[in-house]
Design a binder for this molecule. Structure first.
Ligand code: FE
Length: 204
């Protein structure tokens, strides 16, 4: 095998569901662009940026940790974090999601927010309150759960709090299906797609 023709170091992970599995809340058409174009482009760009650099052989999480806050490596951070954030987002969703969280997570949600409705309300407020592009997150910070929002490619990953689930609020996540109505997208995701089981697995 020609050593010059190697597989790229960072791969685009497969979607954890079929492209139409989130319909009617998120269309297969949105998924085809969001996963097939946006997510893939972050992977391709990252591989170009890290080729031949000190980051070329690092796992994705290490690249993010090593470049978080760096001006010099801002482009690498942005693309690496967007690769990770999107993979995390796909796992945060599932067809016929929503409903009641599993017991251990529910207990923490009750203790941290006073109930599931209050938790969802806080997540929706973060998603709506993120000006421009970004992400809303449910995280575990110490013994408590919290809601955070981050702008653009920013991620709690390298900052301490443990991400449990996320909602992409970049326009490309919802514009084909909801046009400018971010609130309708966020509400539908929280009621019908959010994968509480994944969030519970991430409690660790
Ligand atoms: Fe996105």
């Amino acid at each position: 095998m020609n050593a010059a023709v190697q597989a790229p170091p960072i791969a685009l992970p497969p979607l954890p569901f079929e492209q139409n599995a989130l319909e009617p809340v998120i269309s297969g058409r949105t998924l085809s662009f969001h996963y097939g174009k946006h997510h893939k482009t972050y992977v391709d760009t990252l591989n170009k940026l890290i080729a031949g650099t000190e980051f070329a052989d690092l796992p994705l999480e290490r690249i993010i940790e090593a470049t978080d806050g760096s001006t010099e490596h801002a482009a690498i951070f942005n693309n690496a974090a967007q690769v990770w954030n999107h993979t995390f987002y796909w796992h945060s969703l599932k067809g016929k999601g929503g409903g009641e969280p599993p017991a251990a997570l529910k207990k923490l949600i009750d203790a941290s927010f006073g109930g599931l409705d209050a938790c969802k309300k806080e997540l929706a407020a973060a998603a709506m309150g993120q000006f421009g592009s970004g992400w809303a997150w449910l995280v575990k910070d110490g013994e408590k759960l919290k809601v955070l929002k981050t702008g653009n490619a920013q991620s709690p990953l390298a900052k301490g709090p443990k991400p449990l689930l996320t909602i992409d609020v970049w326009e490309h996540a919802y514009y084909l299906d909801y046009e400018n109505r971010r609130v309708d997208y966020v509400t539908a995701v929280l009621d019908k797609l959010v994968n509480w089981g994944f969030a519970e697995q991430n409690l660790g």
